[in-house]
Design a protein around this ligand. Sequence first.
Ligand SMILES: *Cc1c(COP(=O)(O)O)cnc(C)c1O
Length: 525
Amino acid sequence: MRYFSTRGGSQKLSFEETVLTGLAPNGGLYIPEHIPQLPKDWKTEWGSYSFVDLSVAVLSLYISPDEISRDELRSLVQKSYQTFRHPDVTPLVKLGEKKFVLELFHGPTFAFKDVALQLLGNLFEFFLLRRNAKKPRGAELEKLTVVGATSGDTGSAAIYGLRGKSNVSIFILHPKGRVSPIQEAQMTTVTDSNVHNVAVKGTFDDCQDVVKSLFADKEFNAKHHLGAVNSINWARILAQTVYYFLSYFHVQKHLPAGVSIDDVEIQYVVPTGNFGDILAGYYAKHMGLPMGKLAVATNANDILARFWKSGRYEKIDSETRLSVGAQKITEASGVKETLSPAMDILVSSNFERLLWYLAYEAAIGTSDEEKRNNASLALDEWMHKVKSDGKIEVPIPVLEAARRDFVAEKISDELTLETIRTHFHGQPHYIADPHTAVGLAAAKTIVSNNTPNTYQIVLSTAHPAKFSEAVSRALENVSNFDFDRDVLPAEFRGLLEREKRVLQVERPDVELVKEVIEDVARQSA
Ligand SMILES: *Cc1c(COP(=O)(O)O)cnc(C)c1O
């Protein structure tokens, strides 16, 4: 299997090159040459598979055995999911007769991003060790310096994915004092020698700007081999397809006697930000996993929900434009702060991948090759337009293609809180994190359009302890609720008192951050 850029060009990459490159030089994202189809006997063969077995089966369809042998793949996958606390890795929990949550938060940092980042870290290490083993004795080793910025909730998943990995170091910038104490402690108590937390005096946007400038600095980049672990990395999408398959099989165990999985329709509802989690579902669907339309659930940052309504992909909606005043709109002011911060985005980076497939479905051409080229041309034009004008409007056939596979729903903070309360008092009792609550609320909103035999699976993306503010706010007047007793996992207790390691940067200045990285590189050389 080879990979190509959504924005075209003749470049075709191996899986290894795709994973190590991240973003294509022409600004596009890598996608596989074709979406592989499930083997004929998948339903019977895979039905009793564990998460690890399914990972090997699914990933094998996208990775040539001469790149990673099946034995190597199995050991990489095993190593990656050993760190999870639940035997199913991503267990399915029943919340109603036809309603389930798929808990993706049983990894080391209690967030769904662990599923992909645990594997990505092991893939990086595997590829670098292999490349370095081929070098003559004494030659300089290939190393990777991963740099990223976090507002708090996702940095720790990257740190846990890469801690202790050979030939990889990681620098995560966070705005000093603007990250919740638990989230800060989750990152800074990792004391492996290749992990570097950098507290920057400034805002999250300042941190992001610094990271962007680092990547734009060709000389620095070449010297330190900068790498990114953001959700555009193809391996992250691929790793996430697995739980769609696992939950499909696990739902079967909950069907009433006499009802077969072939009689029901499964609807996945996905709390969405950068469109990585739900895009994995799209791949699963197009590989042949039977499901209904995928449901995109967004918070007030609703660029996606607006797209499915209008066909316009527009950073700032007209209402906000009026209230903020056109001249004052910047990226920062356009993002709304919500109770589900991991979904606070202006544009969804992985949406570009979906747009390519939609453009392809709608493309005109006499051959497949011509259609592919036309899809890439259209996409290149759209993405440049989004950048320059802040918006595009796609042709009707593209919007129709989008509506064949997806529905979308926007959920307010008020409804998010109410949903947390409803499920707390529900039968069964369940404490949802605010992102999961956005999904649960969306599921409830759309359920009336479903057929009676639709089973909903809401993807649960974080443990409620990670987002204590929203959970505590939702349940503040509930007398039988106690956050420490009911929510806080044993792993978080005492975290604040543990040894910390963090580097300080006095100003959000790229030169100061470069010095920090140079210093560390010198010391470890
Ligand atoms: C990252 C994240 C999301 C959004 O996932 P995408 O793949 O970016 O759509 C939702 N919830 C939580 C808790 C997350 O960390």
